[in-house]
Design a protein around this ligand. Structure first.
Ligand SMILES: Cc1cc2nc3c(=O)[nH]c(=O)nc-3n(C[C@H](O)[C@H](O)[C@H](O)COP(=O)(O)OP(=O)(O)OC[C@H]3O[C@@H](n4cnc5c(N)ncnc54)[C@H](O)[C@@H]3O)c2cc1C
Ligand SMILES: *[C@@H]1O[C@H](CO)[C@@H](O)[C@H](O)[C@H]1NC(C)=O
Ligand SMILES: *[C@@H]1O[C@H](CO)[C@@H](O)[C@H](O)[C@H]1NC(C)=O
Length: 501
């Protein structure tokens, strides 16, 4: 959805906020932090600047926050100065890259933090010999894929939305249709330049500041502000086969066992057969039930590969299959969006999402309960949908990495479910939050023998900090906490679910 800034300002009541005088103490602190940033030559947007409102509009309009000011640095030294100013005034700091956090964490996840907007760090370079890409921390995924392909036919595994920023995405995972083949975006990180809580600028890699390198790759927002990434690119596949199998959704009302059978067949196929070149997902809402994805290879190979899956399904109504090169496939799966992105972003949504990471197959019981809940949700208080992405299975690259290779903990996912409810524009009703809880519970509670976890790129702000730590990081959490205490004892890098909260 594209809105004009004026509409958004009205929607969020920002006009009032910006025009009304901040509380006294806030006013004093604000002028001092702004003075500090200006004295250090860091470009800054204060909350009385005319462009403050457009600067702080979040992607998710359900979670607006109002930073005390936005630093908009152009160099790593300026990022360092901004962090040092925040130290001086005891402010929490959050970096923003693409601003697509599900919970406004790039704005701080609370009012009054210092936001460090990385949008000016927008560049993609490719070393023609090593094929290593150097990418600025504010670059959006559409620019990453477009540039790498045009610079040398290269590619990375990453998500589908061209507006998502490289930093939030790569520091907390980064799943897309090439991930079963190449891993998450995070798995391609070779090196990062990062500004730490004391303002120092350091390089991290497998051989330099290894603990930080480990922590940043999975929980980056708690450990510093990355300014630059070096990523190992891969040769873009020549061809992508996009496919969608649609299943008859109940004209006759529901037939839950039919859907359960389709999903069970998918799980079986994933665990025995699905090659790494195959991305597969279930896309479902009340009246839609589709298995869709991309195969990176020829149409002929696709037909061979998919045959046993199709043969195991009870029925399907329609199938659509299309082929394109790498870049056009990325455009198609982004619903035709243009890959190169503007510096200032104008798309928004109003939503709550939850994730469920299933480390093992879902039982008939759990699936029956879940699909049954679907079918009974025609009158849900908010429009919703569910995607279940195949992360694992026999040949998956994501699960080929050992758990201790990075703090990222979603290695053993067979399927990662995303439950998403949207009202497009505010308000988002409280009943919608309850509905989403019940939807998640309809699956989780029906399979108590399994320990489900969650994906840290689909931040769910309704979780308590301790639940978020357990679900996102599990057994990795203690080591993360130790590193946090040593590099950021004052909790400078903060959001409501940060390590150490
Ligand atoms: C429309 C849409 C589609 C999506 N599709 C996918 C998908 O296909 N696959 C997938 O895996 N995910 C997907 N996501 C989720 C996405 O990966 C996360 O929301 C991601 O964290 C967003 O990164 P960002 O930089 O745009 O967000 P931001 O809000 O800028 O940042 C997210 C978090 O990272 C921190 N951060 C940002 N920059 C830095 C930095 N330089 N250094 C340290 N910390 C930093 C922020 O403080 C914040 O906590 C999607 C999200 C949306 C809204
Ligand atoms: C996983 O992907 C990486 C590229 O990101 C590749 O170098 C590696 O060989 C792959 N491993 C497996 C087991 O497929
Ligand atoms: C429900 O689905 C099963 C297959 O899973 C099928 O055998 C049965 O006929 C279907 N019933 C209805 C009423 O559609």
């Amino acid at each position: 959805m594209v809105f004009r800034i004026r509409d958004i300002v009205t929607i969020l009541g920002l006009a009032n906020l910006v025009l009304s005088a901040p509380a006294d103490s806030l006013q004093r602190r604000q002028s001092t932090i702004v003075d500090c940033l200006e004295a250090a030559s860091v470009p800054v947007i204060s909350n009385s600047s005319p462009n403050y409102a457009s600067e702080v509009i979040p992607y998710n309009l359900r979670t607006p926050f109002f930073p005390i000011a936005a630093a908009v640095p152009e160099t790593a030294d300026q990022v360092s100065s901004a962090v040092i100013c925040a130290n001086q005034f005891g402010l929490k700091v959050a970096a923003r890259s693409g601003g697509h956090s599900y919970a406004g964490f790039g704005l701080g996840g609370q009012d009054g933090s210092l936001m460090v907007d990385m949008k000016k760090f927008k560049y993609v370079n490719l070393d023609p010999v090593t094929q290593i890409a150097t990418i600025g921390a504010g670059t959006r995924l559409g620019d990453v894929s477009y540039s790498l392909y045009n610079l040398g036919g290269r590619a990375l595994p990453h998500g589908l939305c061209p507006g998502v920023g490289i930093s939030g995405h790569a520091l907390h995972g980064g799943y897309g249709f090439a991930s079963r083949m190449w891993g998450t975006t995070l798995d391609t990180i070779l090196e990062m330049e990062v500004v730490l809580a004391d303002g120092s600028i350091v390089t991290t890699s497998r051989t330099e500041n290894e603990d930080l390198f480990w922590a940043l790759r999975g929980a980056g927002s708690s450990f510093g502000i990355v300014t630059k990434f070096k990523l190992q690119t891969l040769e873009a596949p020549a061809n992508g086969v996009r496919f969608t199998y649609s299943f008859g959704v109940p004209t006759t009302g529901s037939n839950i066992s039919y859907h359960v059978q389709i999903f069970r067949a998918l799980q079986e196929y994933a665990q025995t057969t699905a090659p790494k070149e195959l991305a597969l997902r279930l896309w479902t809402l009340t009246d839609v039930f589709e298995i869709t994805g991309v195969y990176w290879g020829t149409r002929e190979d696709f037909d061979t590969v998919i045959a046993p899956l199709v043969a195991s399904w009870p029925a399907q109504t329609t199938v659509v299959i299309e082929e394109d090169n790498w870049l056009d496939t990325l455009v198609a799966v982004a619903n035709g969006a243009t890959l190169p992105q503007p510096l200032d972003y104008t798309q928004h949504d109003t939503f709550l999402a939850k994730s469920i990471v299933a480390p093992e197959p879902l039982t008939s019981n759990a699936l029956t309960s879940f699909f049954n809940f679907h079918q009974n949700s025609r009158d849900a208080p908010v429009p919703w949908w569910v995607i279940a992405d195949l992360y694992g299975g026999v040949h998956s690259n994501i699960s080929s990495f050992s758990l201790d290779s990075a703090s990222y903990a979603v290695r053993n996912s067979l399927f990662t479910f995303q439950l998403y409810a949207t009202t497009t524009l505010p308000p988002f009703p409280a009943s919608g939050i309850k509905f989403m809880d019940d939807l998640a519970k309809s699956l989780i509670s029906a399979q108590p023998e399994t320990t489900f976890t969650a994906y840290p790129n689909y931040i769910d702000p309704t979780l308590s900090a301790s639940d978020a730590h357990r679900l996102y990081y599990g057994s990795q959490y203690q080591r993360l906490l130790n590193i946090k205490r040593s590099v950021d004892p004052m909790m400078r890098f903060w959001n409501p679910q940060a390590i150490g909260v």
